[in-house]
Structure formats: structure tokens, C-alpha cells
Design a protein around this ligand. Structure first.
Ligand SMILES: Nc1ncnc2c1ncn2[C@@H]1O[C@H](COP(=O)(O)OP(=O)(O)OP(=O)(O)O)[C@@H](O)[C@H]1O
Length: 294
């Protein structure tokens, strides 16, 4: 058995003139959780598509569980993938049926598939297992899909943004389940949330077309993050004086440096009737503020 779950050498992907992955060389070991983080357009989904043999690289090599990418049948038997988006035509099934059919498709016998599907809805607290998928909220669908992917005993799981749309308690539950899974399998996940990767991952890869850093979450946090991890998101322009400000699409992000600055800023916005919300810093902020660009 190969020691590495994933190993790449100068892996490169171009879409026409767009360079999505620029000569990635990295490897990750087994039985651990690896977090792939990077801003929008960093190449995370592209890398997952290549490693799951859905997309061919332009050049370079990669080995998944010791198999070169050409051995796609061997690789696909051993992995399980949660994509970012789901096809809607399965929506007339219940979450339980959805999981059951997935396990049947992956070769499990009827009885075993039923047993595992039951276990999955129990483990993930899916108390809506008899409703149709089409009747569920986005977060509930996402949870059912994560349960489905993890119900199969894979050697390596690829989870593209598994916690998007989940409420805080469902996110927390999922982290526990992932930690348990990582005792006997490898999990490669993408995320935009810093708290998520620091709490759940053993190792983090910071990607922006190239690998900027690979290491323990603490190293990334120490290297790049400020101590105060909240920002204020304005829905319209307002003069905020001295605070660091970045425009991101139709929003304006303001970065106070501590709780008292945050309080002062929000009071002033409320008194002027400026609409805003407070959010945790995300990976995007690292890049917006230029912390991760060096
Ligand atoms: N099918 C495609 N054709 C052309 N360009 C593409 C295609 N897929 C991705 N790209 C481009 O490749 C780059 C990397 O995209 P990718 O979706 O891999 O990034 P990402 O890190 O997953 O982003 P996000 O966090 O927004 O999901 C982007 O510039 C994107 O526009």
C-alpha cells in the first residue's frame, strides 16, 4: 500500500489562456484530514476534479492512493466525492432512499445498504429521512448528501465545501464525524472558513494557483491571521474614518482591530442608519488584505 494518499509532481492545468494550477508538487499522508483553502478561483475545484479523475491535467503527474491518474477505475473504487453542486433529478427521493441507492450503486448488497443508510441518517441526525429531497431546505439537502458520501467506506474522501449551508450545530456534528472517520481513512476537504480548518484539519494547504504554504493549521494561523477575527460588512458606502476597508463586489468590508473598535464602529453605523452585518474573517480576507500574497 502506498504511503501517500495523494502525491503530485508539477501538476498543471490550463483552461485556454487561464492558468488554473501552476506546477503543483505536494504530497499528503493517510488517515488524516487535509484542508485545501484559497480564495475564489484559486483552483481548488479544479484540483479535486483532476484527483478524482473527472478532468485531465494539462501536464504533470499525480498519484491517488498510489495509482496514477490513468488508473481511473482503481481510483474511483476507493474514493468518495462530495461535489460543490448536486444534480436535481434525484430530488424525488427521500434522504434515506438517496443514501440507500448510492450504496447500492457502489456495490453493496440490499441488506447491507439498508443497514448503512439507516446508520447514516441516525448518525447525522436526519430526522426528516421520510421527506422528499425536493421538500428540504438547502442546508438539509447538503447534510443528507454529506451523510450519503460518508456512508460508503472509502479509503479517501474528497469533500468540496462540505459545510456550506449547514447551521453551526450541524457543522460541529460533522466535524466530530470527520474526526472519527479520519482514524481509518483520509479526508481531503475544501473550505472558506478559517475556524473550520483550524478546528478539524490535521494539515492545511494554502492554494492560489500555486501552493503558498502546507503545514499545520496553527502555522497558517500564526503566519497569516490577525488576532481579531471579525469584520463588518456594509451594504452601502459609508465614511468609516481610519479603519482598514476593502471593497468586495457590492459589499464593503471594514476591519476593526479589537472588540472596542468593533463596538465603536457599529454604534456609529447604527446612529447613522447604515445597514451592516458582523462576520467572521474568511480565507478571502487574507487575500483581500494582502496578508497571504507575499
Ligand atoms: N471549465 C472551465 N473553463 C474555463 N475556465 C475555468 C473552468 N473551470 C474553472 N475555470 C477557471 O479556473 C480557475 C480556477 O477555478 P476553480 O473553480 O478551480 O477555483 P476554486 O478555487 O474552486 O474557486 P471557488 O472557491 O470559487 O469555488 C478560475 O479562474 C476559473 O474561472
Amino acid at each position: 500500500m502506498a504511503n501517500h494518499a495523494i502525491k503530485t509532481h508539477r501538476l498543471t492545468k490550463r483552461y485556454g489562456a487561464t492558468l488554473a494550477l501552476d506546477s503543483l508538487s505536494f504530497s499528503v499522508g493517510r488517515n488524516r484530514i487535509i484542508g485545501l483553502i484559497g480564495p475564489n478561483g484559486a483552483g481548488k475545484t479544479t484540483l479535486i476534479k483532476i484527483l478524482t479523475t473527472q478532468l485531465k491535467p494539462t501536464s504533470g503527474e499525480a498519484y491517488v492512493l498510489g495509482y496514477e491518474l490513468e488508473k481511473s477505475i482503481e481510483i474511483r473504487k476507493r474514493i468518495s466525492l462530495l461535489p460543490q453542486e448536486v444534480k436535481a433529478h434525484f430530488y424525488t427521493l427521500t434522504p434515506f432512499e438517496y443514501i440507500y441507492h448510492y450504496l447500492r450503486m457502489r456495490g453493496l448488497k440490499r441488506g447491507e445498504a439498508k443497514e448503512k443508510a439507516r446508520e447514516a441518517v441516525r448518525e447525522f441526525n436526519i430526522n426528516y429521512a421520510d421527506k422528499l429531497m425536493v421538500e428540504l431546505s438547502g442546508g438539509m439537502v447538503r447534510k443528507a448528501l454529506v451523510a450519503m458520501i460518508l456512508s460508503f467506506n472509502a479509503e479517501l474522501y474528497f469533500l468540496d465545501e462540505p459545510t456550506v449551508g449547514l447551521d453551526p450545530s450541524a457543522r460541529f456534528e460533522l466535524w466530530q464525524i470527520l474526526r472519527e472517520k479520519a482514524k481509518s481513512s483520509t479526508i481531503f476537504l475544501t473550505s472558506h472558513y478559517i475556524d473550520e480548518v483550524s478546528k478539524v484539519c490535521d494539515e492545511v494547504i494554502l492554494l492560489n494557483k500555486q501552493i503558498l504554504l502546507q503545514g499545520k493549521p496553527e502555522e497558517i494561523v500564526k503566519h497569516y491571521l490577525p488576532r481579531f477575527r471579525k469584520k463588518v460588512v456594509l451594504f452601502e458606502y459609508a465614511d468609516v474614518g481610519e479603519y482598514a476597508v476593502k471593497k468586495a463586489g457590492k459589499y464593503i468590508f471594514v476591519y476593526p482591530q479589537n472588540e472596542s473598535e468593533l463596538e465603536e464602529l457599529t454604534k456609529s453605523l447604527i446612529s447613522r442608519g447604515v445597514p451592516f452585518k458582523i462576520e467572521e474573517l474568511t480565507i478571502e480576507d487574507l487575500f483581500l488584505l494582502g496578508w497571504a500574497n507575499d
